[in-house]
Design a protein around this ligand. Structure first.
Ligand SMILES: Nc1ncnc2c1ncn2[C@@H]1O[C@H](COP(=O)(O)OP(=O)(O)OP(=O)(O)O)[C@@H](O)[C@H]1O
Ligand SMILES: [Mg+2]
Length: 253
């Protein structure tokens, strides 16, 4: 398969953090590929390297060794300007604590990434309004983040993340700051975006119920991929014959 067939590919990705004389090996040889339209969930114990991996994929931090390809492009070979542009256009981020601009309204927060990539004002406004409608906030356009609930804030940050129709959306514990019911609604929304818009998603979560929403569950332990498997949702969508082949090949039932 050509590199260009994957939205994300990591090759022998390693990351060490240096704290004085102490070396913390956060990632130890991660080889991982994501295809367009996949919904991948990453789970694993605290400190296993999940956020570090997502930050490398999003170009927010540099690997110690190994490569990250986004749409077949080696991001370590890109200039700072090209990487900034790639991040703005092709990568949407959703964080646990929203990272919204507090003085801007929901609408303005979603318009921001559109303006950064040069979309004209009128079009930005129209698109941001549509996106907020899509995430169920059509009646909260002019509220500032502190006038919204946690779940609503996360919906705004999801609308912001998909504003430029990125190749991939990366979410680090998007339900970590809300109650279980609100968390389920956020995951349902991500599931809908994946199914209806074909958004490619990589989501870190501690919520075991999330497996219902995703195609693929990757477990990271001690900076390495411990398991990487298709989940029940994916298996429900394949024929009996395909399922049998899958079971024979993988031993997973
Ligand atoms: N900036 C840093 N400097 C030094 N060590 C770091 C840094 N960031 C992360 N680490 C270490 O790297 C390892 C992986 O951290 P990471 O944040 O990726 O874990 P995680 O799987 O996201 O954990 P959690 O579920 O608690 O968020 C940990 O041992 C952590 O202490
Ligand atoms: Mg983390």
């Amino acid at each position: 398969m050509e590199k260009g067939d994957f939205v994300v590919e990591t090759v022998d990705l390693n990351k060490e953090f240096h704290l004085g004389d102490i070396i913390v090996p956060a990632l130890r040889g991660i080889n991982f590929q994501v295809k367009k339209g996949e919904f991948v969930v990453i789970m694993g114990p605290s400190g296993s390297g999940k956020s570090t991996l997502l930050n490398m994929i999003g170009g927010l931090d540099n690997p110690t060794a190994g490569k990250v390809y986004i749409n077949g492009q080696d991001i370590s070979q890109m200039s700072d300007a090209a990487l900034t542009d790639l991040r703005a256009r092709e990568i949407g981020f959703v964080f646990q604590f929203y990272n919204l601009v507090p003085v801007l309204t929901a609408l303005e927060n979603v318009e921001l990434p559109l303006m950064v990539t040069g979309v004209p004002d009128k079009e930005s406004r129209k698109r941001a309004t549509e996106l907020l409608g899509l995430v169920g906030l059509g009646d909260r356009l002019h509220h500032r983040p502190d006038e919204l609930s946690g779940g609503q804030r996360q919906r705004v940050s999801i609308a912001r993340a998909i504003a430029n129709d990125p190749a991939i959306v990366l979410a680090d514990e998007p339900t970590g700051d809300v109650d279980t019911k609100t968390g389920d609604e956020i995951l349902d929304l991500m599931h809908d975006l994946n199914r209806n818009l074909g958004t490619t998603l990589i989501v870190i979560t501690h919520d075991p119920a999330v497996a219902e929403h995703c195609d693929r569950l990757v477990r990271i332990v001690d900076g390495q991929i411990a398991t990487d498997r298709a989940t029940a949702r994916k298996l429900l969508e394949i024929s009996d014959e395909e399922r049998q082949v899958f079971e024979e090949l993988t031993g997973i039932k």
